[in-house]
Design a protein around this ligand. Structure first.
Ligand SMILES: *Cc1c(COP(=O)(O)O)cnc(C)c1O
Length: 433
């Protein structure tokens, strides 16, 4: 699953002891395992090898430049959803021709700069957007390569906030309208329609929704080809699961076993857009206990990480396994699951310092006894963790460290109070009206 393991009761990332990282870089701290990242990427790449897919890592899941560089060296292409992410991959030395650009609200500026950098493909989410891309491309005398994002109206059976392939969500174009949209495109000089894109939601821990959506979209491909359009590409999106609670997600090869036969020999270049399945288990959040207290029957462990570092529990009610970094041998967790029962545990809420009752990392959780100064690891925090962090309550965003073997490198420094204030120092004089 990953390379975060206990050795003699001490959590290690690869060969590096977690307490040493906290001493050196402070807490709260994001720690990533290079080996885990690469293994997850390689497994997906191997599982789908028969299709020779382009694997576009979803930048939004974990966007640190060092991680983008590392995956790029391994052969990854990229999925971006904003001008900022496009800027990020360029900074990481990636040719934007190796990127696809998704998102329902691309601005004219974002479209223009993507065209200027030679973006590989736009994943187009509406007719209005298609019109803007065509007009901007024609004004520049260039041709935009696009895939139409279809909304297959399939329920991925995940959290309502991360469901994106149902008709009532804001994403994509209905399957039945897509065919007409393509016919209306005939003769638009600025557009090269390469094919279709879909992304169902995340995490999608069953394979059936992919099957259903791909079958529906292949019918559309056939219909469009019959209409005389050259359809050469299908992007099946991301959304593959990760292991938050035990090993709950299907393996890369389990997804591939069902999906590959549907797509093999169809004359389509296949694109995948995985984020979570590569990043989630490759990162953890380390935090230190500040205080413990009781309120009636409830026990709280207050740590120095908060919803500002890891928003997922507050935003989605997500489960993240949490456990002390140093434990006696008999308390090394045999599994990482919500119903883990280990003798001697106490039921607590693991909460942060932020002034919100929604600021928790774990609720009603049986944990080994914790006291001030102890370190706690929040697992499976590599995806949609650090990238969603904020400065709310004027908190400085955490540092990030990448471990490879016995080496640890700082890949993002901890913010300072000067960083918090920098963008507001726009005038020397006190403002008065
Ligand atoms: C977020 C997103 C992804 C990545 O989803 P994961 O669940 O992280 O794999 C892929 N494609 C699109 C269009 C997305 O918005």
């Amino acid at each position: 699953m990953d390379h975060f393991c206990y050795q003699d009761g001490v959590l290690h990332c690869e060969s590096v002891a977690a307490p040493a990282l906290c001493e050196r870089f402070g807490t709260p701290l994001y720690v990533y395992s290079r080996r885990t990242f690469l293994e997850h990427y390689d497994r997906l790449s191997a599982a789908f090898a028969e299709l020779n897919p382009t694997i576009c890592y979803a930048v939004k899941s974990c966007h640190n430049l060092a991680i983008l560089r590392m995956l790029s060296q391994r052969g990854a292409a990229f999925d971006v959803v904003s001008g900022g992410e496009l800027r990020r991959i360029e900074e990481a030395g990636v040719d934007p021709a190796r990127a696809v650009f998704a998102g329902v609200g691309k601005t004219d500026d974002e479209i223009s700069s993507a065209l200027d950098t030679g973006i590989g493909c736009f994943n187009v989410e509406s007719e209005g957007e298609l019109g803007r891309i065509a007009a901007i491309a024609e004004a520049r005398g260039v041709v935009a390569r696009v895939a139409l994002r279809v909304n297959p109206d399939v329920d991925p059976k995940t959290h309502v906030y991360t469901t994106t392939g149902k008709r009532e969500t804001k994403f994509g174009i209905d399957l039945d309208r897509a065919r007409r949209v393509i016919s209306d495109l005939d003769g638009r000089a600025g557009i090269d329609l390469a094919g279709f894109h879909m992304h169902l939601g995340s995490p999608v821990n069953t394979i059936e929704p992919y099957i259903e959506s791909i079958e529906k979209t292949l019918e559309l491909v056939a219909a469009c080809r019959a209409d005389g359009h050259r359809i050469t590409m299908l992007n099946i999106g991301g959304g593959f699961g990760a292991h938050y609670d035990d090993d709950e997600a299907p393996s890369a090869s389990a997804y591939a076993q069902r999906i590959v036969p549907l797509l093999a020999g169809k004359g389509l270049d296949i694109i995948l857009e995985p984020g979570r399945s590569i990043a989630a288990n490759a990162g953890v959040l380390l935090t230190r206990v500040l205080y413990t207290k009781r309120s009636g029957e409830r026990r709280f462990v207050i740590v120095d990480a908060a919803m500002t570092e890891l928003l997922r529990p507050a935003l989605y009610g997500s489960f993240h396994f949490a456990w002390p970094v140093v434990v006696p041998d008999e308390m090394v967790p045999p599994r990482r699951s919500a119903d883990l029962a280990v003798d001697g545990c106490v039921v607590v809420d693991l909460v942060g310092p932020v002034c919100e009752s929604g600021d928790f990392l774990a609720k009603d959780r049986a944990l080994p006894p914790l006291t001030r100064g102890d370190l706690v690891c929040v697992f499976s925090a590599g995806a949609y963790g650090s990238v969603m962090s904020s400065q709310y309550n004027s908190r400085c965003r955490a540092a990030e460290v990448l471990v490879g073997g016995s080496e640890a490198r700082l890949i993002r420094r901890r913010e300072t109070y000067d960083d918090l204030l920098a963008t507001e120092r726009v005038t020397d004089a006190p403002v008065s009206f």
